[in-house]
Design a binder for this molecule. Structure first.
Ligand SMILES: Cc1ncc(COP(=O)(O)O)c(C=O)c1O
Length: 346
């Protein structure tokens, strides 16, 4: 039985070409700055993002943490969304390792932070207050239905940050999904931020790695922070080589994942007992609710598993489905057929 794994785009496996590139990669000790494959990838990533420099890191989580630790001193504050990955899913790294205080404000359903909420969260100059240092955005926004933030919105936050002498960091784990969904060059979404991370190991199908991008001066400091965190990785060409292929070959095809997500969402909307807000479906992440009282979440999940379909429960009635390179349009049809059968029989 084929397993249709819709839990996340992190389950993607490297392509044949990526595996060959790993085998043949030109290698050196990257901690000495001598790994040619890593240098090639970092240069390509910086160019694509329109930034001066880039740094390969083991994961998106470490990339975000590196940026916060590089920018903020102990006791300083970061303004970010209450539904952000950095706040919810990164094990409190900023507080645990940096003594950095998260100042959360509500994420709107479209993934944005209201400008007036950001403004209100910026601390005044008073010895009683922590010092605000940084604002963070997430694009696409994982928990907000994979919403894509527009360049206009990001620029408005950047302008606000500048007016208050603050820095702007972007958790762009899925920034290419945003660019493809909005039909813009990715640089439009990154030019106004001071730093960003993006992941090679999600929709782009590379097995390991994320990239931090920013100014040369920032990346030099980030390199030291990466070392402190134990992220200096020696012959990194084995992960950089597939990363290069990810950037060259796997970006445009994200549009297919968005089409599959839309088909899946429209099918789910037709199934009695399941509820989905179609207006929120923009990229490769969809959320739906089980609204029938005839079947429990546990039974629903088990029945799907028996049919080879995996999905992620994210709330008392809520599920997340993510389309990716390992999911075909036939898999979408199969998933919809199975969902329909389970709901009809319950
Ligand atoms: C929005 C977002 N940011 C950051 C990360 C962290 O990436 P990693 O799993 O590589 O640490 C994820 C992972 O799912 C994510 O969805």
């Amino acid at each position: 039985m084929k397993i249709i794994d819709l839990r996340s785009d992190t389950v993607t496996l490297p392509t044949e070409q990526m595996r060959k590139a790993m085998y043949h990669a030109e290698l050196g000790d990257d901690v000495y700055g001598e790994d040619p494959s890593t240098q090639r990838l970092e240069k390509m990533a910086a160019e694509q993002m329109g930034k001066e420099a880039a740094l390969l890191v083991p994961s998106g989580t470490m990339g975000n943490l590196i940026c916060m630790l590089t920018y903020c001193a102990r006791g300083e504050e970061v303004i970010l969304g209450d539904a952000s990955h950095m706040f919810i899913n990164e094990a409190g790294g900023m507080a645990a390792l940096g003594g950095i205080q998260p100042h959360i404000i509500p994420n709107q359903p479209d993934g944005t932070l209201r400008l007036k909420d950001i403004r209100a969260a910026i601390r005044g100059d008073n010895i009683h207050f922590p010092r605000t240092r940084l604002i963070c955005l997430e694009n696409t926004h994982n928990r907000c239905n994979g919403a894509a933030l527009t360049s206009r919105y990001i620029e408005s936050v950047a302008a606000l940050a500048q007016r208050h002498d603050l820095l702007l960091h972007l958790d762009g784990a899925r920034i290419f999904n945003a660019a493809v969904a909005l039909g813009v060059d990715v640089k439009e979404l990154t030019h106004s931020v001071d730093s960003l991370i993006f992941c090679l190991s999600k929709g782009l199908s590379s097995p390991v790695g994320s990239i931090v991008c920013g100014s040369k001066e920032f990346i030099t400091r980030a390199l030291r922070t990466r070392k402190i965190l134990g992220g200096g990785m020696r012959q990194t060409g084995v992960i950089a080589a597939p990363g290069t292929i990810a950037l060259e070959q796997m970006v445009d095809r994200l549009a297919e994942d968005h089409i599959n997500a839309r088909c899946l969402a429209e099918g789910i909307a037709q199934i009695p007992g399941l509820s989905i807000n179609l207006e929120r479906v923009q990229t490769n992440i969809i959320y739906f609710d089980l609204v029938s009282d005839k079947i429990t979440m546990d039974v629903f999940i088990k029945q799907l598993e028996k049919k080879g379909i995996k999905l992620l429960a994210t709330g008392s009635s809520r599920f997340r489905l993510v389309t990716h390179y390992g999911i075909s349009s036939e898999d979408i049809t199969t998933t919809l057929t199975c969902l329909g059968e389970i709901m009809r029989q319950s």
